[in-house]
Design a protein around this ligand. Structure first.
Ligand SMILES: Cc1cc2nc3c(=O)[nH]c(=O)nc-3n(C[C@H](O)[C@H](O)[C@H](O)COP(=O)(O)O)c2cc1C
Length: 379
């Protein structure tokens, strides 16, 4: 339990001395981070999510990061067709666990900031200081249409997110009533009690990938998630990227932790891991869903040449959806994860084709190796 004077660094430490924090990414969504048709793909039912959070708690996994998703991507499986709303999901999981940090992932334009601030405080009290916020400015047009909300242009989106977050933070700290007069919000006589748990506030992360998104994260957030890069396990490329981000953050007078994402397929032999990865992610890919995601980025057979389209499709399925694939034996997966840590990353959010089937092996075999490699503390 955090004591009443816990600080943001205490919260970022997530109750462990782990140099490399490990989180589970996307467990609130059907199929999680793998657009696959294999029958064992993740269903994301509540009993599964609950069991998984308790498993994370027991094995020393540091955090759970859900995806804010409102509409499936189609395909044979309707990838992400069934999703739990993330703040209510986090609150339920926080009530049932003791040490894991659970994030909510919130699209700023879809939630009133004062309601959101109170929801976050509620989750934070339930979890006794273990709630974290992943703030998303929005990018997926079709999702916004279903709320009747017009997506703003990219720059204005982050201007709006700034004001939204300013309002949330004021609701978290103002000792009495306050007024908020901005470009997007005019709020009078705002009153918000209680404040977040323990006299501090939830940690805040963001994963913008454009310069504007990244600058927003560096100005406002404690943690920044970098998007996928095939060179992720290359120590030099990673170390350079982390150093750049940290230097830029210091330009804003801030310290920031850098995280990344990945997909884990870990098996006793390399051949087994390779075979399963190929079977689940390539041979049984839900290509309709992959096409749907690419179309949202305006990549279609009509907009790019056939050969380029095929290459992008393959790359997207194999590398981009789940992040860098860590495929191999416990030794290899642990080694690659340790490399990320040595490059200066504070942590990684990983997904599995089926978490409940695969996390126990990962926890038994990979986590102790990371302790031996000096990047995590004994659980
Ligand atoms: C780790 C990670 C988690 C993300 N989670 C979500 C999410 O749950 N929902 C969402 O709509 N976008 C999510 N995104 C997308 C980003 O928030 C952001 O919109 C995207 O990277 C585009 O960057 P930009 O806003 O700078 O244009 C995520 C990205 C990453 C790397």
């Amino acid at each position: 339990m955090l004591d009443r004077t816990a600080t943001i660094p205490d919260r970022l430490a997530m109750r462990s001395g782990n140099g490399l924090k490990i989180g589970l990414f996307g467990a609130n969504c059907s199929s999680a981070r793998s657009a696959t048709k294999v029958p064992e793909r993740w269903q994301a039912t509540w009993p599964e999510c609950l069991r998984l959070a308790q498993m994370a708690d027991e094995t020393g996994i540091d955090f759970m990061l859900p995806i804010g998703r409102w509409k499936g991507y189609g395909g044979d499986t309707d990838f992400h067709g069934a999703t739990f709303e993330t703040v209510t999901w986090a609150t339920g999981l926080l009530a049932a666990t003791k040490r894991v940090t659970v994030f909510g992932t919130v699209h700023a334009p879809l939630f009133h900031p004062i309601i959101a601030a109170k929801e976050f405080v509620t989750a934070d009290h339930v979890g006794e200081g273990r709630f974290g916020l992943n703030l998303v400015a929005g990018w997926n047009e079709g999702e916004f249409e279903m709320f009747g909300v017009q997506q703003r242009d990219h720059e204005t989106r982050y201007e709006f997110a700034q004001e939204w977050l300013d309002a949330v933070k004021r609701a978290w700290v103002e000792p009495g009533d306050f007024d908020f007069a901005g470009k997007f919000f005019n709020l009078s006589g705002v009153r918000a009690f209680p404040k977040p748990y323990g006299g501090t506030r939830p940690i805040i992360m963001n994963a913008g990938s454009t310069p504007t998104g990244q600058a927003f994260a560096l100005r406002n957030c404690d943690a920044f998630f970098t998007a996928t890069s095939a060179s992720r396990t290359s120590m030099d490329a990673n170390a350079k990227k982390v150093a750049e981000i940290k230097t830029q953050a210091r330009g804003f007078g801030r310290e920031i932790s850098v995280y990344t994402v990945g997909l884990v397929v870990c098996r006793p032999s390399q051949a087994e891991a390779d075979d399963y990865y190929r079977h689940a992610i390539i041979e049984n890919a839900d290509w309709g869903a992959v096409d749907g995601m690419l179309a949202l980025k305006n990549i279609t057979p009509q907009t790019v040449a056939a050969e380029e389209y095929a290459a992008k499709r393959n790359y997207f399925a194999a590398n981009a959806i789940g992040g860098y694939p860590f495929v191999g034996t416990p030794d290899r997966v642990a080694d690659e994860l340790a490399t990320i840590s040595k490059a200066g990353m504070a942590g990684i959010a990983v997904s599995f084709v089926n978490y409940l089937n695969e996390v126990p092996y990962f926890a038994d075999e990979v986590l102790p190796r990371l302790v031996r490699l000096g990047v995590r503390a004994e659980h």
